[in-house]
Design a protein around this ligand. Sequence first.
Ligand code: NAD
Length: 471
Amino acid sequence: TRRESASVEIFPKQNMASKYAEVINKLRTTFKHGITKSLEYRKQQLKALYRLCKDNEEVLVRAMKEDLNKPKFESVVCEIEFIRNDIRGMLINLEKWASPEYTSKHVVLMFDSTFIHREPFGLVLIIGAWNYPLQLTLSPLVGAIAAGNVAVIKPSELSPATARVLEDLLPLYLDQNSYALINGGVPETTELLKEQYDYIFYTGCPSVGKIIRNAANKHLTPITLELGGKSPLYLDKRVNIEIACRRILWGKFINAGQTCVAPDYILCSEETQEEFIHMASKILSEFFGENPQNSSDLARIVNKKHFQRICNLITNSTVVVGGDFVEEECYISPTILKDVKISDPVMEEEIFGPVLPIVPVKDVDEAISIINSKERPLSLYLFSTKDEVIKKFLNSTSSGSFCVNDTVVHLSVDTLPFGGIGNSGMGRYHGKYSFDTFSHLKAVLKRNFNPVLEQLGSLRYPPYTDQKMNK
Ligand code: NAD
C-alpha cells in the first residue's frame, strides 16, 4: 500500500554520485557568476515561489492529503499560507535586511566606517522532514533565496506525494540554474552529503542530526539542525480550564500529534488531571465528533512503522480517552493517558502522535525537576496566571522556546527566532533570523588616508620604543 511503500524504491535509482556532482557544479557556476546576489533576482525568485504556492494550492492540498490525510484547513493555513506569509515578509524587508548594518564605534574610528555586510554563503543544502512537508522544505528555501544563495533541496521521502509535486513544480517556477530539487531516501541523502556545501540546513530527528553534523565536519560546513524531543507542558491550578484545554488539545492533535513543537506530555496536580480529563472528552467530541475516525479534520500517522511505534507506547497505560486504532488506515484516535509515571515507556521518547500522557506531580518544583532531568526540549509550555510561577519556569528551565498559556502558535510569530537547544537542535530561523542564518555576517572596517589621523595612528608601527609605551 501507499503507506508501506513510502520508501526509497519509489524514486528511481540513478548513477547518483556523478549526477549530483553535475547538478552541484551547475549551481556553483551560477553562484560564482554572482547571479543570485542581485536583489532584483532574489525578489523575482521569491515572487515565483509565491506564485507556485498560489497557483497550485489544490494540487498541494491533495498531495498532503495523500501523505498524511492532512485536513485541507491545516494544509492551507500551516503550510501553503505559512510560506506565502514568509515570502511576503521577506519581500517587504529584503532591501533593509540586505543593507549594510552600521555599528557603533570607538572615538578613534570617528572618521572611518564600521558595518556588517551580509553575504550569501554560496551553495546550501536543505533537507526537509515529512510532517509539514511543504513548510519545512520551502521555509528554509525562502531564507536561502532571500540571502542570495543557490540551493539543493531534498524533501523527505516519507511524504512522497508532496516530494513528487515539488519535484514537478519547482523547475517550472524557479531558476533551475540556481535551485535544484533532488528526491530520495537514505542512500540518496548519504550520497548527497558526500559533496561539499557552504551551509547545511537540516530538519528531522536528533539521531540523523548527528549524521548530518558528522558529514558537515569534513568540510567545516556550518549547519542549522532543527530537531525535536519531548516538549513538556505544566498546567497550573486555577487557570481557565476550558480555554487551556482547547488550546492544549488543538496543539496536541493538529496533524495527529506529528508536530515538532506539539506538547508531548502534561505535568499537573492529581486534582487538575481530573478536571482536564473531564473537560477534554467534551472538547474532543466538539472537535472531532463522537467517532474521530469519521472526522475529516484528523490526520493519519505517516506510515505503519510509526503507527506501530506509537501503539507500542500505549501498551500497559491507563487510557482515559480514545485508545482506538485501525492499522489499515494508520488511524489512532486522540488518546489521553492518566497517572503516567516518569519511568513508563511513553515518557522515554518523543511521542510524535496523538497520545497525550498526564504525569501527576506534587508541585511546581517537582515539575521543574522532571523537566530538567530530561534533554532540553524544543518548546516548553506553561499554563498559569501567576507571575512568580512564570518567572520561575523561565529562569530555572532551558528550552528552544517558551510559550505561556498557548501551544504551537509561537512558531508563527515571525519576529521570534525558531530553533532548539542541546538535543533539540542548534541555530534558528523565521523572518529576519532566516535571512541571517543564510548570510555570513562579514565585518567591515573602512578607513581613509587622512594624514593627521595617520600621524595619530603611527604609534602602532615599530620600532616599539619605550617612549611609545609610555604615551
Ligand atoms: P524524516 O524521516 O523525514 O527525516 C528527515 C530527513 O532526514 C529526510 O529528508 C530524510 O531523508 C533524512 N534522513 C533520514 N535518515 C537519514 C540518514 N541516515 N542519513 C541522511 N539523511 C537521512 O523525519 P524524522 O526524523 O522522522 O522527523 C521527525 C523528527 O523531526 C521529530 O523528532 C521532530 O520533532 C523533528 N522535527 C523537528 C522540526 C523543527 O523544526 N525543529 C520540524 C519537524 C520535525
